[in-house]
Each structure stands twice: as structure tokens, then as C-alpha cells.
Write a protein that binds this ligand. Structure first.
Ligand code: MG
Length: 159
């Protein structure tokens, strides 16, 4: 039976931080602030996978009060979500995700992001969708104060 999950995340853009999205470091004057590497895309996908198997969200699994996750690569979180799918005898069918960012241009990095996400999840890159859009200059995303990511996951679980 295929179960679907949804994930959403936002991190603020600040000076003096690296910009890491989908596990790929993108050259930019601002980076995402957060306890870990603040990779909003990987966080949204992690929550989508966790949601599909009915588990608690990423913030409860990996609290930002835990020094273990300080500046941690978010790939760890995604790998743990995939491990939990396997522990349930499940299989990730596909992932789809969208980024909303005014700057920088995301498209040149999409292929690398898909490869990184697919490797972390143990699935083929063709099972991973990543798109990007601007926010048409509207709101906090449009003012380049932050970047948002949303994702869905389909997971085949035994009855
Ligand atoms: Mg987050």
C-alpha cells in the first residue's frame, strides 16, 4: 500500500553562513541560518518521508537543543528517515520537492541535488523530483529574507 507524506521548511537567509540546499553548497552572499547546516530542502524531504510512515517530525527526532546536530550535514537526517522506512519493511517509491527562493538561481544545481538526495535515500535519481521557483518578489521570500522548501514522499509499506 502506498502512503504519502508532506514536508515543509523555512530557514532565514543571513550573512556569514554557507548556503546548502539539497546537500549542495551554492555560492551566494547569504546562507541559511539554523542549528544544523539549515538545508531546508533536505529537512522538508525528511519530514515528507517521516510523515509517510507516520513518525514524529524532524524537529522531534533531532532537537535543535542537542549539540550533536550543531552544524550537522542534514544528509544524516534524511538517511535516518530512509533507515526507518527500511526498518518497517517499506520502500520509497518517489520524492518530489519544490524550492521557493528569489536568489540565487537554483536550476544549475538541480542535477547535483537530485543525485545527493537519491544517494542518501538509497533510490535512483530518476525517483527524485526537485523544482525551484521564485516568489515573484512577494513576502519574506521575495525580500530574500529566507528560503522555503516543500516536499512529498510516496512510500510503499507492507499491510
Ligand atoms: Mg529546518
Amino acid at each position: 500500500m502506498v502512503h504519502v507524506g508532506i514536508g515543509y521548511d523555512v530557514h532565514p537567509l543571513v550573512p556569514g553562513r554557507r548556503l546548502v540546499l539539497g546537500g549542495v553548497e551554492i555560492p551566494h552572499s547569504l546562507g541559511l541560518d539554523g542549528h544544523s547546516d539549515a538545508d531546508a530542502l533536505l529537512h522538508a524531504i525528511t519530514d515528507a518521508v517521516l510523515g509517510a510512515i507516520g513518525e514524529v517530525d524532524i524537529g522531534h527526532l533531532f532537537p535543535n537543543t542537542d549539540p550533536s546536530w550543531k552544524n550537522a550535514p542534514s544528509r544524516i537526517f534524511l538517511e535516518e528517515a530512509a533507515r526507518r522506512v527500511r526498518a518497517r519493511g517499506g520502500r520509497i517509491v518517489n520524492i518530489d520537492a519544490s524550492l521557493a527562493a528569489e536568489q540565487p538561481k537554483i536550476f544549475p544545481h538541480i542535477t547535483a541535488m537530485k543525485a545527493h538526495i537519491a544517494t542518501a535515500l538509497g533510490i535512483a535519481p530518476g525517483k527524485v523530483g526537485v523544482k525551484a521557483t521564485t516568489n515573484e518578489r512577494l513576502g519574506f521570500i521575495g525580500r530574500e529574507e529566507g528560503i522555503a522548501a516543500m516536499a512529498v514522499a510516496a512510500v510503499d509499506l507492507p499491510e
